[in-house]
Structure formats: structure tokens, C-alpha cells
Design a protein around this ligand. Structure first.
Ligand code: ADP
Ligand code: MG
Length: 351
């Protein structure tokens, strides 16, 4: 009996040993998941790639941060030498030669301004500075004097067209004239999304097909983790460090979340936050406290999440339903929650 047992066991052990050897031998030189986190555009940016070698991943990560930093260098209002800052501080009526990227982002912003009936507005630079949100440091935020807000609103009402005119420059490039303080540019609601699109495109061009980039409330996804979907969470707007919903995503998609919990201070018993309503000159009081938008392009997701946040539940839903390829998840302070049928994600039980 015993001999028979051994006779069967020895070949089995040999087979097992061979299998182990084969698995080790065949193990891919590509490590599965690489993750790098760095500070950029005033937020933590996390880049994950799947199925890359360490050097492919290094190269990819460098491309991502190069793209993000390049966009920041012209689009940031906080950098004095950026094109946006120079335009904001120039004499009204100055004509500028503007690069193609600038035209792309500003035109996309103006289109969403139009679609959202002015709820999204890339010309709130002065107003954001008044509130102290312009420099990205919440500690300096304060409620401005009512007269200053009224003066800003009055100036705008006298000049309802956005303060940019598209003119032809002598070199044949597009250029603009600037309309004054009531339309000072702030691309904080759209530039990060644009940078994420560029970053993902450059990853793909470098041969990285599976990646997830997360920058604060914005993320962009490509491919999968070797057939397993990327798993992402959406932050609870009132409970820090808690996830309210999650999604499992494979393939190309961008998602952006705007909330009143990201940058705010409390005053007069109210949350004074960084998403302003251009119609009142004050923090949006639409009742929405979190808006997530999913689209193919991050530039649209970023701007639309801010737009819908200001529009509120009814108008926000209507805008999402009207736009092809746009899905949304909305949370109201009264507890009401809504998501469009095509939104990829589920509420977390008990959240
Ligand atoms: P975050 O930048 O924190 O990801 P959002 O995408 O919602 O959040 O954008 C908020 C930023 O957009 C603000 O910090 C400000 O720069 C700008 N902003 C604020 N209100 C508006 C608005 N009504 N329209 C367009 N941009 C806005
Ligand atoms: Mg946004």
C-alpha cells in the first residue's frame, strides 16, 4: 500500500516542482502596478500604470508631470509670469498673440459657459481674488465687502458679452483684446482637466495603454489592470476620508467631481466655498454639495462638474440629459441623490 502511495506521490511532486520552476521562469519582467504621487497644479497627482517595466513607468510619469506643469505655466493665475496673469494685468484693449492651446481651452470654457447659461464662467478671476480663493490658500479667504461684489456685478451687467474679442494678429495667429477687471481670467475650473487629457494622450503615445491618473477631484482612465477594472471611489462630501460611491471602470473615461468641501471657510453660519455663482458674486447656493461628471474628455468633465454644481439639481440634471456622452451623479444637501442611467458607479451602502 505504502509503496503504491509513494509511486503516485513522487511523479506528482516532480510535476509540482516543474510547475513552480515554469511559473518563476515565465514570470513577466513587467511589474504589474506602478504608482507615483507628486504635487502639481496645487494638488496631489497620482499616476498608476499597469504592465509597464520600471523604466517605461518612469518615462510615463515624467511625461505626465511635464504636460501638467507645462499647462500650469501658462494657465495658472497664481504664477505671475503665466500668459493668463499677463493678460489679466495688461491694459484693457491690449492685443495678444495667443497659442493654440490657449484658444482651445478658452473656447471650450466659453462653450460650457454658453451651455450652462453662464453658471460656468472662466472670467471670475477678480471675484475669486476678492474672496481670497484666487491664490489657492484657503486661510486668506474672507467675505468681501458687499460694495465690492456689487461693483463687480454692475460692471458685468453693463458689459454682458464676455471680455474677449477674437481678432486676427499680424502674424496670422489668433489674438484677443481683453475686456477689463470684470472678466479677469481664472481657468481653475477647466485647465486641470485639459492637462489630464494631454497627459493621458502622451502616455498612450509612449506605448502605455493601461493607466489611471488622479489629480484631486479629477481623474482619467485608460485600459485596465490586466483585465481587472480600475476601481475608483468618490469622496463623501460631508465625511472626510469616507467614500460615498465607487465604480469599476475599464477603457477610456474621464471623471471629475466638484464639491463644496474642497476649499471653504465657515462664516455667518454658512460654508463659504470656492465655487462661485457668477449671478450673485457669492459661493454657489444651489443646494448641491457634490457633483461627479463622466465623459470621454477630462476638459469637459472638469468644467461640467463645476457648471452643474452651480446650476443645481433640476437644471443640472437637464443639462446632463441634454448632452450626449455625459453622465452625472448629484448629491443635494437635503439628502436627495440622483445619477443618470449611464453613470458608472454605485452608492456605497450606508454612505
Ligand atoms: P477643483 O479645482 O477643486 O477640482 P472645480 O473643478 O470645481 O474644483 O473648480 C473650482 C475652481 O474653478 C475654483 O477654484 C475656481 O478657480 C474656479 N471657479 C469657481 N467658480 C467657478 C465658476 N462658476 N465657473 C468657472 N470656474 C469657477
Ligand atoms: Mg471642475
Amino acid at each position: 500500500m505504502r509503496g503504491l502511495h509513494l509511486k503516485k506521490t513522487i511523479p506528482l511532486l516532480m510535476l509540482l516542482a516543474f510547475l513552480c520552476f515554469w511559473l518563476v521562469w515565465k514570470r513577466p519582467s513587467h511589474q504589474e502596478l506602478h504608482t507615483t504621487t507628486r504635487l502639481a497644479m496645487g494638488t496631489l497627482v497620482k499616476v498608476s500604470t499597469w504592465g509597464t517595466t520600471a523604466s517605461e513607468d518612469d518615462n510615463g510619469v515624467n511625461l505626465v508631470f511635464a504636460k501638467i506643469n507645462a499647462v500650469e505655466s501658462w494657465a495658472s493665475k497664481q504664477i505671475p509670469s503665466s500668459l493668463v496673469s499677463r493678460i489679466n494685468h495688461a491694459q484693457k484693449g491690449t492685443v495678444w498673440d495667443v497659442p493654440e492651446e490657449w484658444v482651445t481651452v478658452v473656447k471650450a470654457a466659453l462653450e460650457i459657459r454658453h451651455l450652462s447659461d453662464g453658471a460656468f464662467d472662466p472670467g471670475l478671476g477678480y471675484l475669486l481674488d476678492l474672496w481670497g480663493f484666487g491664490n489657492g490658500v484657503a486661510e486668506e479667504a474672507k467675505i468681501p465687502e458687499t460694495e465690492k461684489i456689487s461693483a463687480w456685478l454692475d460692471t458685468r451687467n453693463k458689459q454682458p458679452d464676455f471680455g474677449i474679442q477674437w481678432v486676427q494678429s499680424t502674424h496670422g495667429n489668433q489674438a484677443i483684446q481683453w475686456g477689463g477687471f470684470s472678466y479677469e481670467l481664472d481657468l481653475g475650473g477647466i485647465a486641470k482637466g485639459y492637462a489630464m487629457d494631454l497627459a493621458m494622450e502622451s502616455l498612450k503615445r509612449s506605448g502605455i495603454a493601461n493607466a489611471l491618473i488622479v489629480a484631486g477631484g479629477d481623474m482619467i482612465i485608460a485600459g485596465s489592470k490586466g483585465g481587472t477594472p480600475w476601481r475608483i471611489g468618490i469622496q463623501h462630501p460631508r465625511e472626510h476620508d469616507k467614500v460615498m460611491a465607487f465604480a469599476e471602470i475599464t477603457g477610456d473615461m474621464a471623471m471629475s467631481t466638484s464639491g463644496d468641501y474642497e476649499r471653504f471657510f465657515m462664516a455667518h453660519g454658512e460654508r463659504q466655498h470656492h465655487i462661485l455663482d457668477p449671478k450673485t458674486g457669492r459661493p454657489s447656493r444651489s443646494g448641491l454639495i457634490s457633483v461627479s461628471i463622466q465623459t470621454a474628455k477630462s476638459i469637459q468633465a472638469d468644467a461640467l462638474s463645476t457648471a452643474v454644481f452651480v446650476l443645481g439639481m433640476a437644471k443640472g440634471k437637464a443639462l446632463i440629459e441634454k448632452l450626449d456622452g455625459v453622465e452625472g451623479m448629484l448629491v443635494h444637501e437635503n439628502g436627495e441623490r440622483w445619477k443618470s442611467p449611464g453613470f458608472k458607479g454605485q452608492w456605497l451602502e450606508g454612505s
